[in-house]
Design a protein. Structure first.
Length: 336
């Protein structure tokens, strides 16, 4: 029985939160790896693109809630999400036309585009804070739990409860659908195959009659959708604060690089590697150890390697190790 309680505690505080967080990072890393694979630069404005898309979605969510529109047990934000994606797509397409296209036509070195993206990042960061402020914003509504800890205890008779939040289930389901649709699009549609050809060999793709501006536009629209969905899911699961999305840039880039920059499959794998590493290293295993070990050996400390304040340090450490040992990542993407 104690072993089951330990397993439930581990599932409740490590496995489910890490799987949820990994799904969010995977969607964010997919956007980063698409930009790198097709446009050939690291987009440092991606975190703030997520923040902008989430901000627009929150504003439309509040508008819907104000007129009494809800989505039953599901968050109202899902109804506002298409509007957030559309606004973010217009933003990134406008940014590309006003900023990136000039440097692309000048055949500027990738490092120039990276520096430009940092400038765009600061502008977007300021714009998002100006629109919605700097404080935490909670916009989740609908049913809070799929199963609560109390109900789980009552059903199983265990001492340890398992709480499964609806936002956690929603995150994993939506992320799985998005990944499936993206891979179907890249592998089955003519536009998706054009994007892959453009990524593999730009010169050969141009000789084959592929329109580069169309490929770029479609890429930005997909990235806007992935960024907005990832940002909204993260905000629903936790809360929305613009600066947190700026901080998320580190684990998202770490996920993309660990999996292999330019590899969509690697971005997904990297997201879960980073998420499980962060959650495992910062979790206090005292409760689990208390269930498993004899009472005489029960730990007095928290059995925590690092506090949660240092979770981004875990991402940074993994990123450095991968860059030193295998810069192409797990799935042999493009070297940084």
């Amino acid at each position: 029985m104690d072993l089951l309680n330990a397993l439930v505690a581990l599932t409740n505080f490590v496995i489910i939160p890490a799987a949820t967080y990994g799904s969010q990072l995977a969607l964010g890393a997919l956007g980063v790896t698409l930009i790198y694979g097709i446009l050939r630069f690291s987009n440092f404005a991606h975190g703030d693109t997520m923040a902008f898309g989430t901000t627009v979605t929150i504003l439309f969510t509040w508008a819907l809630q104000a007129i009494g529109v809800t989505f039953g047990p599901l968050p109202t934000a899902l109804l506002a999400l298409p509007l957030g994606i559309a606004a973010t797509a217009l933003l990134v397409l406008g940014t590309d036309r006003a900023v990136y296209r000039f440097y692309r036509r000048q055949k500027a070195a990738p490092v120039i585009l990276v520096i430009v993206s940092i400038g765009v990042m600061f502008i977007l960061n300021g714009l998002t804070r100006f629109i919605i402020g700097v404080d935490d914003q909670r916009f989740a509504d609908g049913a809070r739990f799929v199963i609560s800890a109390g109900d789980f205890k009552q059903m199983t008779g265990l001492a340890e409860g398992l709480a499964l939040r609806s936002t956690q289930v929603l995150t994993m389901v939506v992320a799985a659908i998005c990944v499936a649709l993206l891979f179907w699009f890249l592998n089955r549609t003519r536009t998706g195959k054009s994007m892959r050809a453009f990524s593999d060999n730009e010169d050969l793709a141009l000789l084959s009659g592929i329109n580069p501006e169309r490929v770029v536009a479609v890429t930005w629209v997909i990235v806007a959708a992935l960024a907005t969905i990832a940002g909204v899911l993260y905000g629903l699961d936790k809360s929305f604060k613009p600066f947190v999305y700026f901080q998320l840039l580190l684990p998202i880039f770490a996920a993309a690089i660990v999996g292999g920059l330019g590899s969509p499959l690697g971005a997904i794998a990297g997201g879960f590697v980073i998420a499980f590493s962060e959650v495992t290293v910062t979790y206090a295993f005292k409760k689990v150890a208390t269930y498993v070990l004899p009472e005489a050996l029960a730990p007095s400390g928290l059995l925590q390697l690092l506090t949660t304040e240092y979770k981004f340090a875990v991402s940074f450490a993994i990123l450095v190790i991968v860059l030193l040992i295998k810069p192409t990542g797990l799935f042999k993407g493009k070297s940084v």
